[in-house]
Structures are given as C-alpha cells and as structure tokens.
Design a protein around this ligand. Structure first.
Ligand SMILES: [Zn+2]
Length: 104
C-alpha cells in the first residue's frame, strides 16, 4: 500500500466526514435499491417508482438526498427528469458490497 498514491496512514477530518457520510447514504435499503437500478442506465422518477414498486414521493425524496451528496445527477428532457449515478467510486463500492452479500 505504501506506493499507493492516495494512501495515507491517517485521514484528515474532511475526508473522514465524506467517507462516513457516504456510508450513511448507503445504509438505507431504498437508496441502495435506487442506486443499484441506476447502475446500468438512466431512469425517470416514474420508471424508478414502477421498477421498484415505490411511491413517487418516496423516490423523489431519496433522489434529492442522493443529489445533495452528488451521488446522482439528472438531465431534463421536456418535463421529464432522467436520473443516473454520478460517482464511479460509490457505484463500484455498492456493486462490490452486493457481490459480497451474494457470496455468503
Ligand atoms: Zn465478500
């Protein structure tokens, strides 16, 4: 690990804050399901609600939360917003964690 460019033996406060906040963001079943759905392609709020059998208000609430942490982004097409994930690191951590859960 010593030659890893980002490795340091201790972490500064801001880094620790972002790391722990991100784990908190992932510690909610609905947010995990939404981020997992967004792994491969973008979806509208409606499509997310339909695919995951969730209420639109629930989906919108969680998307706002994820947007604030810059874990998702959207693009507007007419009146429809299409959401996609906005961070390769976090989506990869999530996929690793899902693989971890599946091999148990
Ligand atoms: Zn594992």
């Amino acid at each position: 690990m010593d030659d890893h460019p980002f490795y340091s033996k201790d972490l500064d406060e801001e880094t620790l804050f972002v790391v722990t906040q991100t784990f908190k963001a992932l510690s909610d079943p609905t947010r995990v399901r939404i981020l997992n759905l967004l792994f491969e392609k973008e979806y509208s709020v409606n499509q997310i609600a339909e695919n995951l059998h969730l209420r639109q208000s629930t989906v919108s609430h969680q998307l706002r939360f994820l947007k604030n942490l810059r874990l998702v982004k959207y693009r507007r097409e007419g009146t429809t917003m299409y959401y996609s994930h906005d961070d390769e690191h976090v989506i990869n951590v999530l996929q690793q964690m899902i693989q971890h859960a599946l091999h148990h």
